[in-house]
Design a protein around this ligand. Structure first.
Ligand code: NDP
Length: 464
């Protein structure tokens, strides 16, 4: 396949992060107090590496132990979720909700149902969520939850019984001013419906603002389904724009084929780029003429099928590869939209060798720390998930606003609000990076801008 690279190489000053000496004990403490929670350690380290210039400029944060307090969740809830399968057998899962930080507003963050879920995953996601929500500019704190339940292969009735049992415990911790969950991997509108239904039944309250990602006829918002994928692409569009460029004619690599990936593909195509890959946990597809989104949606949403089914139905232009990752394929922009740590050092080197110039994280923490160093060292512009994929939670907050005012906005109006929010997150990242002496560094910009807003609120609220 012939690929033409149209993006000129842009010179950006590359900041290779080192952990400030004063923050080493903080990371040591997190590692010691949360043994075995590797993803959580990784997420904390990545933020702390950006905070050296901040602690130098603001000794008041250290005096009040703001960073240490921020690394300790306000509340961690772990609970038993018993349910019966279709054969009448008792099944058992574990449920989690980590209410991480409420300095800016009620805890807000999704629920993930996936067999890999354990406390360390929920804490990494909750920690990231604090900064993401802060960056969104909306009044929401950070939290995350989920279960090691695997919805794959389960009947509708089994998924419903699981969701009802999960909410039977969780409901007592929720409330539109307290904690507002949403979807994430394995939790879409179907699961949100069952969860909300059980909340309503137990509390006898139609409290629309208690979950987001609802259906349009029962309190949901336009664009919420599309928001994370669309927002990811709006953010990259701003990155391109800042370099005097656009998506027009670009070859784009997307991983995953779930909610984020599908709508990232849709928006790239609308903006004139061409997405040539998608994947799931069984392998990836390369489609040299561009992914046929209608077909992919039909395969994934309609039949809950695999990307191999897509390749089979698509015919000669597409091929399915059962091992490796989409990062082997030449492309100018890479959007990891599947899962954590899916883009490793070898993949990063391959992307660099193939002339990729932008990597923007649609998923949460999909790039390993070493891979990030390779990319940034090679001058690839890298943007972290907490900024890039913030459109999902931002639109959830717009859903809460609509619920509170009993209003419902049009698709166009909501999409325009989303685009504005992504533009402002992008600009805030760049302005903050500049202010702290690391121009063009989206990682430092996102971490510092997200952190300082929460830290200032924590100082203002006293020792709580
Ligand atoms: P979905 O469950 O809808 O989709 C996840 C997709 O990733 C599936 O296609 C899944 O395939 C694929 N996948 C999982 N593991 C791998 C792997 N190792 N290699 C290749 N593909 C894989 O989840 P979402 O799209 O909602 O979420 C994706 C990411 O985006 C997550 O990190 C999530 O936390 C993040 N995110 C999501 C938001 C949202 O609004 N949904 C908001 C912000 C962030 P398979 O079906 O085989 O498992």
């Amino acid at each position: 396949m012939e690929v033409v690279f149209a993006i000129p190489r842009v010179e950006w000053r590359v900041f290779v992060p080192e952990l400030d000496e004063s923050l080493v004990p903080v990371l040591d403490e997190v590692t010691r107090r949360n043994p075995g929670e590797l993803e959580f350690h990784q997420a904390v380290r990545e933020v702390l590496e950006s905070l050296g210039p901040v602690v130098a400029k603001h000794p008041e944060y250290a005096d009040a132990e703001v960073i240490r307090r921020l690394c300790e969740p306000e509340r961690q809830i772990i609970f038993r979720v018993p349910w019966t399968d279709d054969a009448g057998r008792v099944q058992l899962n574990r449920g989690f909700r980590v209410e991480f930080n409420s300095a800016l507003g009620p805890y807000k963050g999704g629920l993930r149902f996936h067999p890999s879920v354990y406390l360390g995953i929920v804490k990494f996601l909750g920690f990231e969520q604090i900064f993401k929500n802060s960056l969104s500019g909306l009044p929401i704190g950070g939290g995350k939850g989920g279960s090691d339940f695997d919805p794959k292969g389960r009947s509708e009735a089994e998924v419903m019984r699981f969701c009802q049992s999960f909410m039977t415990e969780l409901f007592r911790h929720l409330g539109e001013h307290t904690d507002v969950p949403a979807g994430d991997t394995g939790v879409g509108q179907r699961e949100i419906g069952y969860l909300f239904g059980q909340y309503k039944r137990i509390t006898n309250r139609y409290e629309s603002g208690v979950v987001t990602g609802k259906g349009l006829t029962w309190g949901g918002s336009q664009v919420r389904t599309e928001a994370t994928g669309y927002g990811t692409v709006f953010f990259v569009d701003e990155m391109l724009c800042a370099a005097g460029d656009s998506f027009e004619g670009k070859q784009v690599l997307v991983s995953g084929s779930g909610n984020v990936a599908l709508y990232a593909i849709e928006k790239v195509h609308q903006l004139g780029g061409r997405v040539i890959t998608c994947s799931d946990s069984s392998g990836y597809v390369v489609d040299s003429t561009g992914i046929d989104l209608d077909l992919l949606k039909e395969v994934k949403n309609g039949h809950r099928g695999r990307v191999s089914d897509y390749a089979e139905r698509r015919g000669a232009t597409a091929r399915f590869v059962s091992d490796g990752a989409v990062w082997q394929v030449p492309g100018e922009i890479a959007l990891p939209c599947a899962t954590q740590n899916e883009l490793d050092v070898d993949s990063a080197k391959r992307l660099v060798a193939n002339g990729c110039s932008i990597v923007a994280e649609g998923a949460n923490m999909p790039t390993t720390p070493d891979a990030i160093r390779v990319l940034r060292g090679a001058g690839v512009r890298f943007a972290p998930g907490k900024a890039v994929n913030a459109g999902g939670v931002a639109t959830s907050a717009l859903e809460m606003q609509q619920n509170a005012s009993r209003d419902s906005w049009s698709f166009e109006h909501t999409e325009e609000r989303l685009a504005e929010i992504m533009r402002s997150i992008h600009d805030r990242c760049l302005e903050t990076a500049e202010e702290y002496g690391t121009p063009g560094d989206y990682v430092a910009g996102a971490n510092i801008a997200g952190f300082t807003k929460v830290a200032d609120a924590m100082l203002a609220l006293g020792l709580i």
